[in-house]
Design a protein around this ligand. Structure first.
Ligand SMILES: Cc1ncc(COP(=O)(O)O)c(C=O)c1O
Length: 448
């Protein structure tokens, strides 16, 4: 490791910190970020990198956004914190609830706030179980989710997450969680039949509901576009069929919009692409553009009515639920999203990015798939394009390509050999074109 400002900080860091997804031996050469300007991150040596994943898919407005900084500072000065337990409230949380009701799916008008996405998953699961108990169906407790789904890593959220690397060292998982295959258009292969691949993939849900017994299933949770699992965009007929199946068997449909919410895919929320409305929505990340840890869930009027009529408290709580400072920043962020038309920008800029990647890399023999929706894209590298054979994991192709993109001034994340891209929505056109050039150069450098 070169002797420089960053390596000195890393030495101090590894003496005391345990990072998420971390092992000292594997990550001795980490990064220390000291600054951010719009769509760029600056490391401790003063080097600039394109923020290819908007932090962790969250910082859609980029760094240094004055409105968000001012909203946070103003709120900290007047009321930094107050409890929201048992009916206590604050004006910024009230405003945020009203504003979310105005932009979320029409039937979703009541909100519970958390500190992030994993807590939002736990909150959905507990809300679904609470609802079914109030409805006199206490056995409806099971949760169905999908392979490659990512819903966070608290013990319950981890059990919903469908990526086994997150389970291995923490088994046993919470009982009552079932995974179905992902629709993954590049790889999902239903047995030949009369229905489309999207319908066949959705019908996997019906099969497990029937096998487990509809009276035992509380909810099905899905990201409109699977993010951390490798930016998997479903077939157009997938979610409409999922909605039908959930309705048929009285299963709540939970949309995990922690990444797809607030414009990322080119619509305000992801399921709008397919005219499908969920019973519960989860959000986090871009609601504050990462300027404050805030997430939550929104519930349908039906669930809210049952809750209200029951008089039974929802005994679920976080100290930082409806944190006034987080809510103030979220309200300011909604102003930015609306004034700057983030969904519209993501649609146009995301198309430029996806088209650019297809032009630059579409013919490469080791590029199997280039996919995306709005400002969320991925490039999947394979050893044999015709057979879609993956590289041997020991070759670490994805990691090598990521290292090559860092040498060229971009930082992002890979899932195996899938390179994920979700730059800030504020990224300008020249920078988007530069991302494409970096991906093409890095691909050639690693794979020829
Ligand atoms: C779809 C989705 N749900 C939940 C989570 C978990 O959020 P957090 O890391 O804030 O707990 C994430 C994080 O990436 C996510 O992408």
């Amino acid at each position: 490791m070169p002797n420089n400002a960053e390596s000195a900080l890393i030495e101090r860091d590894i003496a005391h910190l345990i990072h998420p997804l971390h092992n000292r031996k594997a990550h001795a050469g980490g990064k220390v970020w000291v600054g951010g300007e719009g769509a760029f991150l600056i490391d401790a040596n003063g080097e600039r990198f394109i923020d290819g994943l908007s932090g962790l898919w969250n910082n859609t407005a980029g760094n240094g956004r004055r409105e968000l900084i001012d909203a946070g500072a103003k709120q900290l000065a007047s009321l930094a914190y107050a409890s929201s337990y048992a009916g206590s409230s604050n004006p910024r949380a009230i405003e945020l609830g009203e504003r979310l009701a105005a932009i979320a799916y029409p039937d979703i008008n009541r909100f519970f706030f958390t500190s992030g996405g994993g807590e939002a998953t736990d909150s959905s699961i507990k809300m679904a179980r609470y609802y079914w108990k109030l409805k006199g169906k206490p056995d409806k407790t099971k949760v169905i989710s999908r392979v490659w789904g990512y819903h966070g890593v608290t013990l319950a959220a981890m059990s919903a997450t469908g990526i086994d690397a997150y389970w291995a060292m923490f088994e046993p998982r919470v009982p009552g969680f079932i995974h179905i295959p992902t629709p993954y258009p590049y790889r999902y292969q239903a047995a030949p039949g009369t229905v489309s691949q999207g319908v066949a993939a959705a019908d996997e849900l019906e099969k497990v509901i029937l096998a487990a017994g509809p009276d035992t299933i509380a909810m099905f949770i899905a990201e409109p576009v699977q993010g951390a699992g490798g930016v998997i965009v479903p077939q157009d007929d997938y979610f409409p069929r999922i909605r039908e199946i959930c309705d048929r068997y009285d299963v709540l449909l939970v949309a995990d919009e922690v990444i797809t919410g607030f414009g990322r895919t080119g619509t305000m929320f992801g399921l709008e692409h397919w005219n499908v409305a969920p019973d519960i929505i989860q959000f986090a990340k871009a609601i504050t553009s990462g300027y404050f840890p805030l997430g939550g869930i929104g519930i349908s009027d039906e669930i809210a009515d049952v809750m209200e009529d029951s008089g039974t408290p929802f005994m679920h709580a976080y100290t930082y639920s409806a944190h006034p400072t987080g809510c103030a920043i979220a309200c300011a962020m909604l102003d930015v999203i609306e004034a700057d038309d983030f969904p519209g920008q993501a649609a146009v800029k995301g198309k430029r990015l996806l088209d650019g990647l297809k032009d630059a890399l579409g013919g490469h023999p080791n590029v199997g798939d280039i996919r995306g929706l709005g400002m969320m894209c991925a490039v999947e590298y394979v050893e044999d394009r015709a057979a879609k054979t993956a590289f041997d994991a020991a070759q670490g192709i994805g990691t090598k390509i990521h290292a090559a993109t860092m040498e060229r001034g971009m930082f992002s994340r890979v899932r195996g050999d899938v390179y994920c891209l979700a730059p800030p929505i504020v990224t300008d056109e020249d920078t988007i074109d530069r991302i494409v050039e970096i991906m093409a150069d890095a691909t050639r450098a690693v794979l020829g």
